[in-house]
Design a protein around this ligand. Structure first.
Ligand code: AMP
Ligand code: MG
Length: 398
């Protein structure tokens, strides 16, 4: 690692310069669920497409609105076209969703009507427009249902279908590849040998990938070995836009990640950022492809995902940047001024609270956190009542 570490904002700017928007494609609504909309979704028809009844009941002509007794006329059900004429003094028997003739003034709810001798009787006259859904009252044909740059939610999918859309334009997918390095790592489910630990970064990074709505990442697990690591990187790079290595990125004798990326044809863009956790983080490129070398400590890996990989992916997909808001520390936060620090916190209102366990090897704080605070370099311990910046941890919200 070079002695002159980059500052975090400079490093992030370099990463983001490499994030080019993905070409868009059209997908059927369900296939597009969770994907980022590349174009606004617009209505293909007026909604409602025609005047219709909001209730089961009796439709009253505009000219008869001051009447309270009607002859019960023909039936009009949902899905039936309008037929025939409508004589004065007649109430049409209608059901929810049934088309209403243009002469309709209001619909009486079935529960408010008393029937007797072929007549429908009301306690009082109806007000104009009661229980009538007017054509286009919700959306005009061509109106926007959702802007671009948002992930397609179930609600937008339903609204898109309701207005006649079959497919939507979404940002092209990014394929991620994950290389997990470490000879001490054991697959969960197997007994732990002495000195072994369960491999968790592969699961954490793959889960973060899926939670963002990306496709299944390719994952390779290799021991601390230069050739094996370089081979894994090369193989993943055949199919991936982004390769993420975890572990082996520091300065130990068995840290082969840099050399391995070099052997696989990647050029190092930076290595080392004045931040905690995640100081040894590295960034590489090869043509249009990029790669991240993330430190192996579990918290470091996940924090680096949040503050480097996630912003890269969001930009490439056309999603807006995460928002960092001012927040008030409700408890003291220990901090050394020589580097920026990311601290998982509990956020409530505009207050944030750190967790006791803050070691780079500990995931407990991140598990409990709903936000991430950034404590700037240049300042010391944060006292209660002082301001820091924090962003919500939105694993599932792209
Ligand atoms: P490294 O960055 O390879 O030096 O690893 C730093 C620390 O993180 C060591 O204690 C490793 O055992 C641990 N570590 C590395 N990779 C993983 C992983 N995939 N899952 C869990 N712990 C890891
Ligand atoms: Mg290692």
């Amino acid at each position: 690692m070079s002695q002159d570490l980059l500052d975090y904002d400079g490093a992030l700017a370099i990463v983001l310069e490499h994030a080019r928007p993905r070409p868009s494609r059209r997908l059927p609504l369900l296939d597009a669920l969770g994907r980022t909309l590349a174009e606004p979704v617009t209505s293909q028809c007026d909604l409602p497409a025609f005047d219709n009844s909001a209730v089961d009941g009796y439709a009253i002509r505009l000219q008869d609105l001051d009447h309270t007794t009607f002859i019960v006329g023909r039936e009009q059900r949902a899905g039936q076209p309008l037929v025939g004429s409508w004589l004065p003094g007649v109430a049409l028997r209608v059901f929810t969703g049934a088309a209403l003739p243009p002469e309709t003034g209001a619909v009486a709810m079935q529960e408010d009507v008393e029937l007797g001798q072929g007549r429908a009787n009301l306690a009082e006259p109806l007000s104009l427009g009661l229980h009538v859904r007017r054509k286009g009252e919700e959306l005009r044909c061509g109106a926007e249902i959702s802007p671009s740059g948002r992930r397609l939610s179930p609600a937008v999918a339903a609204a898109a279908a309701a207005s006649g859309n079959v497919e939507v334009a979404v940002a092209g997918q990014l394929q991620l590849g994950i290389v997990v390095t470490g000879s001490e790592l054991v697959e969960p489910g197997r007994p732990l040998p002495p000195g072994g630990i369960y491999e968790s970064n592969g699961t954490g990074l793959a889960a973060a990938t899926l939670a963002m709505g990306l496709g299944e990442p390719l994952v390779a697990r290799v021991p601390e070995d230069l050739t094996a690591t370089a081979e894994a990187i090369r193989a993943l790079a055949e199919h991936c836009d982004v390769v993420i290595a975890t572990g082996g990125v520091s300065v130990g004798d068995h840290d082969h990640t840099h050399a391995a990326f070099g052997e696989a044809g990647f050029e190092r863009v930076f290595w080392g950022v004045r931040m905690k956790p995640g100081k040894p983080v590295a960034f590489y490129r090869r043509g249009d492809q990029v790669a991240f070398g993330l430190p192996g400590n579990p918290l470091s890996t996940m924090v680096c995902w949040c503050v480097f990989v996630r912003p890269f992916v969001r930009k490439a997909l056309g999603l807006p940047e995460d928002v960092w808001l001012e927040a008030t520390a409700q408890e003291a936060i220990r901090h050394r001024p020589d580097r920026l620090e990311f601290v998982p916190v509990a956020s409530e209102g505009d207050g944030v609270r750190p967790f006791a366990a803050r070691g780079s090897h500990m995931l407990g704080g991140l598990v409990a956190a709903n936000a991430m605070a950034r404590i700037e370099a240049g300042r010391g311990d944060v006292s209660p009542g002082e301001t820091v910046r924090a962003a919500r941890l939105e694993w599932f919200d792209g």
